[in-house]
Design a protein around this ligand. Structure first.
Ligand code: SAM
Ligand code: SF4
Length: 331
């Protein structure tokens, strides 16, 4: 296989593809989705597994090495392990990861691991059941905690736990989350709330900067900067000297996050999004459904590099201009 690197106009090699397999979710986190859900995509608008695999083939042929499956909630889509298995068989793909809220993980874990899944990011914003129901608007903390232990037992280490920190909602639990890194081999990553069109008010009112998060954790023990796990992406990591894992902060509103950007995103309806925020996107579904070859798709990916922006221009309290930017965040 000939390998051409995908390099954008700012000399950043693009090696990481996030694939949203569905826009649907079994939770309604207050910072992410309205309580009543979204105007969901129709079934025929969503890429089939076969179509996703074709795009992954093209992406791998130009240097993409890591694929992360995300959503919505990826585990609500039937037989996700079939997709994992197919992607694992694509020449050039070295690493398949999953972002999940964990609710359906325990029951699917063995099949996913057998299919080739190697890494999981699990979202968890509180360790208190009543708050879980307030933040995710559905119950389920016990199920998610069991999924964390099952994933560790299945060898999916390092397990990353993503926690969106909101003032007045869960910021008083930051130290409890950090404590988890002393008890389990987990990387807890604190994420600043990002503005999306539904949540601008929430984002402005509850935003906690990463420096404050680290200060609060330092109150229960000295934190030392450490390297992150494989595929550490945009986080900066710190650990207690007696910890099994580490804590990290992800600061999407800061621009050094953009400087290290190595990723593009495929939406559930087949658009290649070049930046988490903003309107830079390229439709891949139409050419795919009109019979584009792998090479033609690869050329489209290369041409998309011309429209990948240097950075996003979001600031605190501003809405993302693109609809549903949030369904492709972090993870
Ligand atoms: N449903 C899966 C989950 O929750 O992990 C995967 C998709 S979810 C959109 C991916 C990540 O984005 C989660 O860690 C979630 O907490 C984070 N996220 C969603 N909306 C966000 C926002 N407005 N600000 C910061 N992080 C957000
Ligand atoms: Fe669903 Fe994940 Fe969004 Fe929560 S953050 S509503 S779990 S997609």
């Amino acid at each position: 296989m000939t390998t051409f690197s995908l390099i954008d106009g700012f000399n950043r090699p693009i090696t990481y593809l996030r694939v949203s397999v569905t826009d649907k979710c079994n939770l309604r986190c207050i910072y992410c989705m309205p309580e009543g859900g979204l105007p969901w995509l129709r079934r025929d608008e969503i890429l089939s597994y076969e179509e996703i695999v074709e795009i992954v083939h093209a992406a791998a042929s130009v240097g993409v090495r890591t694929v992360r499956l995300t959503g919505g909630e990826p585990l609500v889509r039937r037989n996700l392990m079939r997709l994992v298995e197919a992607i694992a068989g694509v020449p050039g793909i070295e690493d398949i990861a999953l972002s999940t809220n964990g609710l359906l993980l325990e029951e699917q874990l063995a099949g996913l691991v057998a299919a080739g899944l190697r890494r999981i990011n699990l979202s968890l914003d509180t360790l208190r059941e009543e708050r879980f129901a307030e933040i995710a608007r559905r119950p389920g903390l016990g199920t998610v905690l069991r999924a964390i232990d099952a994933a560790i037992a299945a060898g999916l280490a390092p397990l990353k736990i993503n926690c969106v920190v909101m003032r007045g909602k869960n910021d008083d639990e930051v130290a409890d989350f950090a404590q988890l890194t002393r008890e389990r081999p987990v990387f807890v990553r604190f994420i600043e709330v990002m503005p999306v069109h539904e949540n601008v008010g929430l984002q402005r009112d509850t935003y906690v900067a990463s420096d404050e998060i680290l200060e609060r954790i330092s109150a229960i023990g000295e934190l030392l900067p450490v390297g992150g796990p494989r595929g550490n992406g945009p986080a900066r990591y710190f650990a207690f000297s007696d910890a099994l894992g580490a804590v990290g902060v992800i600061t999407p509103l800061s621009h050094d996050y953009c400087e290290r950007c190595n990723r593009v995103r495929l939406t559930a309806d087949g658009r290649l999004r070049l930046c988490l925020f903003g309107d830079h996107a390229l439709d891949l579904r139409s050419p795919l459904r009109s019979g584009a070859t792998t090479e033609e798709l690869a050329n489209l990916l290369r041409s998309a590099m011309l429209i990948k922006p240097e950075r996003h221009h979001l600031r605190l309290g501003e809405a993302a201009s693109a609809m549903r930017a949030f369904s492709e965040i972090g993870g």
